[in-house]
Design a protein around this ligand. Sequence first.
Ligand SMILES: [Zn+2]
Length: 342
Amino acid sequence: MRVLARLDELYAIGGGHGANRPYGSPEEDAAHTLVADWMREAGLEVEFDAHGNLFGRTSMRDDIWVGSHLDSVPKGGRFDGPLGVVGGLAAVERSGCGSVVAFRGEEVGCIGSRALCAGGAALPAAFLELHIEQGPVLERAGAALGVVTSIVAYARGELVFEGRAGHAGTTPMDGRDDALVAAAAAILRIRETAGRIEGGVATVGQLAVEPGGSNVIPERVRISVDARAPDATQLDELIAAIGFEPSDRTPPAAMAEGPRRILLDELNGRGLPAIELPSGAGHDAGILAAAGVPSAMLFVRSLNGGISHSPDELSADEDVELAVDVLTASVERIANDLEPAK
Ligand SMILES: [Zn+2]
């Protein structure tokens, strides 16, 4: 199947083990160039917007967008992002309607879709995003596909701990002000705090230690904080409990009834279980939904227990095939059912 071969081609851009296409890198550019070529091959009209987002448009209902992103986390998987772009391209090509879009920098805060929505460009009449689930729900339910109800609220920021540098050998233990020890205590506290809030999760994934010598007491430590919760109130509670100032914050985003219903209908029509689930991860669809675009997401079952942001991220070939079929039929139906964008 061509979608799978294309996922392999995009995966190879990072050079082998794991996808390595961070935002703004030559690898992300290379992925956009490659997909633009595939769009031209499919006879689509290709355009990059001012933010570097890539569009491939048909001449029929190009106000219905299908897509996702092409950037990746370091050592990412094969499916996160590219599945929605190459699957979207297949759906647009087969149905002969709609536009496929590849957004920039999703993994670092949905840079491309945010810029687009903030920039006053014409927004679509609907947006569909196909994505790997990145969790274990569908696998546990024995379902190949699922329809997203809403995307959780999340916030990112950092905490800084100041101490006093000193000689590792000559400074007595009782006279120290070690910034990393303070940070370590905070990281443990963050874990407990998130565990007390229903549906809350919080993660420290980055640690910058200064001056960073093995024989120097740490003077300054910066830790990243990523906090998520099902709704805005719970997120506020979590942010206050952790005690950080978010530098970037995304409200929860409900998926739209119309396109969601169509995805569910397509699952029902194929005799598939119509599972609905929230997304714990942020997505471009959440940004478009927040900007008022009727948006929906189709999740494909993650294997390996739902592992993602890892080379072990996996979906079955037949699940991907099914997802592209459902997406294609849904684009056609939305094109027929939905009023054009004003
Ligand atoms: Zn993604």
